[in-house]
Write a protein that binds this ligand. Structure first.
Ligand code: BES
Ligand code: ZN
Ligand code: ZN
Length: 499
């Protein structure tokens, strides 16, 4: 696939397919409009009979219309004018790409100037357009013996503003963000046997080549030496070695405190001795999506050359039932010296994050942000629409909200109070890994994590259990079942605010 900005007069272009847009009217009885004035006239009858309504994500294909230099024309609905924003554009473009794919053509021109005539929105929408195209073009078929021939499709984003500096920069940024998100999605989509902690770490090392990122990987012996009792304890039931991945980016003076991202990299979670039910267990290959998305975030930060210092930390292991597996009741000691009882071996994410957050604290960061497919309770609370996040820092909350508006990803602030902390007290050790109380399983998990974050360090925890994969029902640029790469774009926006 190739996507480019093209500074050409669309009227003089020759291309197998042309994508133009339509907008519905905010007035009840008014007809929709096609945003290309000549086609608006030509397709007047279709507008009149409402076969083009301008509805968001509607695609009407006119095969063999032979309009000027174009064999086919696709009209994609943008919705009502006042409801168009960069996220709706991202989704409309996804619809456009699917319609182009269905035509079977190799090349298409997208009439971008029809989306907006405002220079202010142009950069923002250019970024959304190229993100929508790249995200939608992602396919995961590398494990099929007979690979379906994926046709290479070139899409030209045709705009008079192609030479505008801000538009160009936005295009480049969109390419980086979406490409890094797709990189994370692939890590997530790989099955547990082909995405072990070792392979995950090697993938981070390989991807970082040439980006200026320094990647250090700790093996089991080093993890032991570094007193990471949580990560080690979870890995005890597995034949695969755990890994602790450290990605460092230096884009500012050494004196500038780093922004630290932490990810849960559970490459397969069967629950351990507190084993999960079989049905749906295969989905637990996605339990490393927090880690995968942190790797994607660091790659994007480095490629964008942000003027910050950033560190990505991914604790990676399997959670299985081998003879040496942690047993319910076992007590382990985290890196910061705190002890915990493992009363349910399936609540393992918090144990590996405990060590990673302790290590993050030692880096004296500006801020710590973590992403984890941490609790089933998060899925119950928010389904797959919003990523629930927890923070007690109101300034950071504001930054998160702003970042999410910029990225178009939905987040929801969840409560975290002292009662949740109380529920996580242990009987025989400092902490228990499951709550003594009823309900609020995502908040009590967050309260457990908080015990490993240094006093006074702004920290936010993102529980992506519901949004890490299988969001295709609501996001047309994501696959139905696959990983979403959620939070890569938001985390990059958040990083920018710490420059
Ligand atoms: N990886 C799971 C959480 C999860 C469940 C993510 C479903 C996405 C979909 C996590 O390790 C887990 O099993 N958590 C337990 C914690 C409980 C035992 C306190 C859970 O949520 O049931
Ligand atoms: Zn678990
Ligand atoms: Zn898990």
């Amino acid at each position: 696939m190739a996507f480019n900005l093209l500074n050409k007069d669309i009227e003089t272009l020759t291309c197998p397919a042309l994508v133009v847009f339509s907008k519905s009217s905010s007035q009840k009885d008014k007809l929709a409009k096609v945003t290309h004035s000549e086609l608006n006239k030509k397709l007047a009858a279709c507008l009149e009979e409402k076969s083009i309504t301008g509805k968001h994500q509607e695609a009407v294909t006119f095969r063999e219309i032979n309009y000027k230099g174009f064999r086919h024309v696709i009209v994609v609905g943008l919705g009502k004018e006042n409801q168009i924003d960069h996220e709706s554009v991202r989704q409309s473009v996804a619809t456009a790409f699917e319609a182009v794919k269905a035509l079977g053509v190799k090349e298409a021109a997208l009439h971008f100037d029809g989306i907006t005539s405002s220079k202010k929105d142009a950069a923002d929408f250019t970024k959304a357009t190229v993100e929508g195209l790249i995200l939608t073009s992602y396919v995961f078929n590398e494990l099929m013996s007979a690979k379906k021939e994926e046709k290479e499709i070139d899409v030209h984003i045709v705009t008079k503003l192609a030479a505008d500096k801000a538009v160009k920069a936005a295009f480049n940024e969109g390419v980086i963000l979406a490409t890094c998100t797709n990189f994370s999605r692939r890590l997530g989509d790989m099955p547990g046997n082909l995405m072990t902690p070792t392979i995950l770490a090697d993938s981070a090392v390989d991807a970082a080549k040439g980006t200026g990122l320094k990647v250090t990987v700790w093996d089991k012996a080093r993890i032991k030496k570094e007193r990471m009792g949580g990560l080690l304890g979870v890995s005890n039931g597995s034949a695969q070695e755990p890994r602790f991945i450290i990605m460092e980016y230096k884009g500012a003076a050494a004196s500038k405190k780093p922004v630290v991202f932490v990810g849960k990299g559970l490459t397969f979670d069967c629950g351990g001795i507190s084993i999960k039910p079989s049905a749906g267990m295969e989905e637990m290959k996605f339990d490393m999506c927090g880690g995968a998305n942190v790797i994607g975030t660091l790659l994007a930060i480095a490629k964008l050359k942000l003027k910050i210092n950033a560190v990505g930390l991914v604790a990676s292991t399997e959670n299985l039932v081998g003879p040496a597996a942690t047993k319910p009741g076992d007590v382990h000691t985290a890196r910061n010296g705190k002890t915990f009882e493992v009363n349910n071996t399936d609540a393992e994410g918090r144990l590996i994050l405990a060590d990673a957050l302790s290590y993050a604290t030692e880096l004296e960061p500006q801020v710590i942000v973590d992403a984890a497919t941490l609790t089933g309770a998060m899925v119950v609370a928010l389904g797959n629409t919003h990523t629930g996040y927890f923070t007690r820092n109101s300034a950071l909350k504001n930054k998160v909200e702003k970042a999410a508006v910029e990225s178009g990803e939905w987040v929801w602030n969840m409560p975290l109070v002292d009662f949740h902390v109380k529920d996580m007290k242990g009987t025989y050790a400092d902490l228990s890994n499951i709550s003594a109380g009823k309900g609020a399983g995502s908040a009590t998990a967050a309260a457990f994590l908080e015990q490993f974050v240094g006093e006074g360090i702004p920290w936010a925890h993102f529980d992506i259990a519901g949004t890490g994969w299988a969001v295709g029902n609501r996001l047309p640029y994501c696959t139905k079942k696959g990983a979403s790469g959620v939070m890569v774009r938001t985390f990059v926006e958040l990083a920018k605010q710490h420059a």
